[in-house]
Design a protein around this ligand. Structure first.
Ligand code: ATP
Ligand code: MG
Length: 381
C-alpha cells in the first residue's frame, strides 16, 4: 500500500458519476457509492442496468460523462487503466489462448515492469493460491472451465491490486462448479483481505458472497445494504421482487401508523385493507396516507399454513397446485384475484394434494412490508 490516506477515506468513491454512451440516455445516473477497504461488494441487477459500465469506469476503460471516481482519495480521471492497480476477472475468462498459464499470469507483472526474479516467484505463489501449482506450462485450451477461471483469478491477484473487479466471473460454469468457486473466492477474499467488487445477476450468489449488495435498476442503486437488509427489508417492490420470491397483496392504507411505534426512522406499523381479504398489519418505511394504494409484501417462506387464530394477519385461499421440491413443497394458492406462493416444509404439508381445498394462511406482523403497488414488471422509481 502506498501513501496511506486516513482510515476514513473510502478505498473507492464514486461521486455523482453519470455515464451516457449516446448523449441521450444515462445508463448510469448520478451514482454515489463508497467502498471500504477489505469489503466484498456485489452489484446485482437485471441485464442492462449499468453494472458492467460501472466497473469499466472504475477500471478506466470507459470515462464518466460527469462526476468523478476516487481511489484512495485520489481522482482517477487522468490515470490510465494499467496504472490503477485494479485487478479484473470476466465471465469469458479472457485468457490469452496462445500463451501458457504461467505467461498469462505473468502478463500483468510484465506490463507493470516487475523485475524478472519477482515475476517467477509471484506467478508460482498466485497459482498455488488457486490450487493450480504445476500447470504453468499448459495452454488455456488444455484446462477445464473451472481451471481457466482460476487462472483468470490468479492473473487478477498476482500484482496485489487494491481492488479486484469481477464481472459475472462464474457465469460460464455449471451449477456445482459455480458453487465451489463461490466458496473459493470467498475464502480468498477472507484470507487475503482484498477488496472485491463483484457483478452478478444471480441473487443467491449475491446473498451468499457479499458483505453488502447494491441493487441496480436502470442505472440507479435502488438499495444498498447487507444481504439480510436487502432480503428482509427491501425498500421497494423492485428490490423485493428481484431478490428472492415475493408475494404482493394489493390493498389500501386504513391506519397509517400506530403512534407508539413511530419513533424516528424506524418502520411503522400500518393497517391495510386488502382488496381480497381482511385488514392486516404490516410495517412501512416512511409515512403513508389514509386511502393510499399499496401492496403488502410477504416472502413465500414466511406464510404459515397452520390454522393460527391467535395471529392478527390471516387470509384464506384455495389451493391451485402443490409442487414438490424434495426439501420443501410450494403451494400455489388463489386468494381473490391474485395468486400467492407458499413455501412449506414437507412436515407442514402432509395432506395429499387436493385441488380447490381451502387453505388458511397467516404470518407474523413484522414479515409483512408495506410497499408501493406493483406496476407491470415493476421497476420502482
Ligand atoms: N459500449 C457501449 N456503447 C453503447 N451502449 C452501451 C455500451 N455498453 C453498454 N451500453 C448500454 O448501456 C446499458 C448498460 O449496459 P451494461 O453493460 O452496463 O449493463 P449490465 O448491467 O452490465 O448488463 P448485463 O447484466 O447484461 O451484463 C445498456 O443499455 C447497454 O446497451
Ligand atoms: Mg454486464
Amino acid at each position: 500500500m502506498r501513501g496511506e490516506p486516513s482510515r476514513e477515506t473510502p478505498l473507492v468513491a464514486f461521486r455523482a458519476v453519470e455515464k451516457t454512451y449516446d448523449g441521450v440516455v444515462n445508463v448510469v445516473e448520478r451514482l454515489d457509492l463508497e467502498i471500504e477497504r477489505g469489503e466484498f461488494l456485489t452489484l446485482l441487477g437485471p441485464s442492462g442496468s449499468g453494472k458492467t459500465t460501472t466497473l469499466m469506469m472504475l477500471a478506466g476503460f470507459e470515462a464518466p460523462t460527469a462526476g468523478e471516481i476516487l481511489l484512495n482519495g485520489r481522482s482517477l480521471a487522468r490515470t490510465p487503466p494499467f496504472r490503477r492497480n485494479i485487478g479484473m476477472v470476466f465471465q469469458n475468462y479472457a485468457l490469452f489462448p496462445h500463451m501458457t498459464v504461467g505467461d498469462n499470469v505473468a502478463y500483468p507483472l510484465r506490463r507493470r515492469r516487475f523485475p524478472r526474479s519477482e515475476v517467477d516467484t509471484r506467478v508460482r505463489r498466485a497459482l498455488d493460491m488457486v490450487r493450480l501449482g504445476g500447470l504453468e506450462q499448459r495452454f488455456p485450451g488444455q484446462l477445464s472451465g473451472g481451471q481457466q477461471q482460476r487462472v483468470a483469478l490468479a492473473r487478477a491477484l498476482v500484482f496485489e491490486p487494491d481492488v479486484v473487479l469481477m464481472d459475472e466471473p462464474l457465469g460460464a460454469l455449471d451449477k456445482k462448479l459455480r458453487e465451489d468457486m463461490q466458496l473459493e473466492i470467498r475464502h480468498l477474499h477472507q484470507t487475503l483481505g482484498m477488496t472485491v467488487i463483484y457483478v452478478t445477476h444471480d441473487q443467491a450468489e449475491a446473498l451468499t458472497m457479499s458483505d453488502r449488495i447494491a441493487v441496480f435498476s436502470d442505472g440507479r442503486i435502488q438499495q444498498i445494504g447487507s444481504p439480510r437488509e436487502v432480503y428482509e427489508r427491501p425498500v421497494n417492490a423492485f428490490v423485493a421482487n428481484f431478490i428472492g420470491e415475493n408475494n404482493m397483496l394489493p390493498g389500501v392504507i386504513v391506519t397509517p401508523a400506530e403512534p407508539a411505534l413511530s419513533s424516528e426512522g424506524a418502520p411503522q406499523l400500518c393497517t391495510v385493507q386488502l382488496d381480497d381479504g381482511p385488514t392486516v398489519e404490516a410495517l412501512a418505511n416512511g409515512s403513508r396516507r389514509v386511502g393510499e394504494r399499496v401492496a403488502v409484501s410477504i416472502r413465500p417462506e414466511r406464510l404459515e399454513l397452520a390454522h393460527r387464530p391467535d395471529r392478527r394477519n390471516r387470509i384464506q385461499g384455495r389451493l391451485l397446485e402443490v409442487i414438490y421440491f424434495g426439501d420443501h413443497a410450494r403451494l400455489r394458492v388463489r386468494v381473490g384475484a391474485i395468486e400467492v406462493m407458499v413455501k412449506a416444509r414437507l412436515d407442514e404439508w402432509r395432506h395429499p394434494e387436493c385441488r380447490g381445498e381451502r387453505v388458511d394462511l397467516s404470518w407474523a406482523t413484522d414479515h409483512g412490508l408495506v410497499l408501493e403497488p406493483a406496476v407491470d414488471g415493476g421497476a420502482a422509481a
